[in-house]
Design a protein around this ligand. Structure first.
Ligand code: NDP
Length: 329
């Protein structure tokens, strides 16, 4: 028997979460069983832990946790053998399939990635989906011509998980980073990660009044969406790109096509969930080289399985700073 955070629904349709003991036979059928060491808390975990599962969880009882890292215990697939260190992000694990908030998980071999050399399971979960997505965003901006001589790169939702990792990576690569935050008290933290400019959320919170403003940003990693993304599109320099990652501020995009037509601005969609294996490997390897581990350490707060219901509610309110690492044991 082992511990897992089980979310169940009672007869009145109310969900409740608690740490319970389950057995291997309770785990879903799949080809690799992993002894989980660490998991984490992403915005989507907050949704999965919320009363209606954020519309993402279909069946109860459910074990959330969209990411985990650990050691293979048994494998019916030739690519993995007992003792291999592995990491999992995405593929709707923790939403449609039981996830990482458990001391053991059983998943498809196709969904796993060997733990990159140079990262411990704990560091891999400090990165997690949020950090991997930040890396994918930086890679997409580079693929579309981002160069450090072009000017400052904006990171929205900077004190959150995606934003913190994006800030640290971009600063390490030599970019001038401007972080947008609604929490002025995080200024020292963001400067410590490498931001050289702090932009108050309120400055970008209002709806666009004109389709274009002065050309300011050479790139943007946007975790917020909504009005803020609309404003940022109108402030991009000629030919520059925004990586659209998240919707912490809203899913709508109340803008015009003018920045695309008159300034050649690019809006790059970033998806981590279905990201092909080769690009996942490329991103994890870039994390090892481009994310300083002391900066990663500065982002982390530790947690246990029992802390998760509260942390899930906190992240949906934008109250989690940086990254949470959950020691499931
Ligand atoms: P976090 O909650 O850690 O970060 C989001 C940050 O956005 C907050 O910390 C806050 O930063 C800011 N924020 C919150 N609410 C608002 C608001 N109403 N208006 C403006 N800013 C706000 O979440 P994650 O970093 O885990 O995820 C960020 C977003 O990216 C989420 O929407 C998530 O779903 C998405 N995502 C998408 C992925 C993909 O594959 N496309 C993968 C991973 C995440 P501050 O306090 O500094 O202002």
């Amino acid at each position: 028997m082992f511990n897992a955070l089980i979310v169940d629904k009672d007869e009145d349709g109310k969900t409740h979460a608690g740490v319970k003991q389950i057995g291997l036979d309770d785990l879903p059928q799949a080809d690799v069983t992993v002894a989980v060491e660490y998991s984490t808390v992403n915005y989507k975990d907050g949704l999965c832990l919320s009363p209606n599962g954020g519309g993402l969880v279909r069946h109860y009882p459910h074990v959330p946790g969209i990411d985990f890292a650990g050691t293979v215990e048994t494998s019916d697939d030739d690519r993995y053998k007992p003792g291999d260190k592995v990491v999992l992000t995405g593929w709707r694990v923790g939403e449609a399939h039981w996830g990482g908030y458990s001391q053991k998980a059983r998943v498809k071999a196709d969904w796993l990635v060997p733990l990159p050399e140079g990262l411990s399971p704990k560091q891999a979960m400090a990165v997690g989906t949020a950090g991997l997505t930040a890396m994918l965003s930086v890679m997409a901006l580079e693929d579309h011509g981002l160069r450090d001589k072009h000017g400052p790169v904006l990171v929205t939702g900077a004190a959150g998980g995606v934003g913190s990792v994006a800030t640290a990576i971009l600063a390490h690569l030599g970019y001038e980073v401007a972080g947008v935050t609604g929490r002025p008290e995080t200024e020292d933290y963001l400067r410590g990660l490498g931001a050289s400019q702090i932009v108050a959320r309120a400055e970008l919170a209002e709806a666009i009044k004109r389709p274009m403003e002065s050309e300011t940003w050479a790139g943007c990693v946007d975790a917020v969406g909504g009005e803020m993304l609309a404003r940022v599109l109108g402030q991009m320099k000629y030919g520059c790109s925004v990586a659209a990652v998240g919707l912490a501020g809203g899913a709508a995009l109340p803008t015009t096509v003018i920045p695309f037509l008159l300034r050649g601005v690019n809006l790059l969609g970033i998806d981590s969930v279905m990201q092909p294996y080769e690009n996942r490997l490329r991103a994890w390897n870039r994390v090892v080289t481009d994310l300083p581990m002391d900066k990663l350490e500065a982002m982390v707060q530790p947690a246990t399985l029992a802390d998760l219901p509260k942390l899930g509610a906190d992240i949906l309110k934008g109250q989690v700073k940086g990254r949470v690492v959950v020691d499931v044991n």
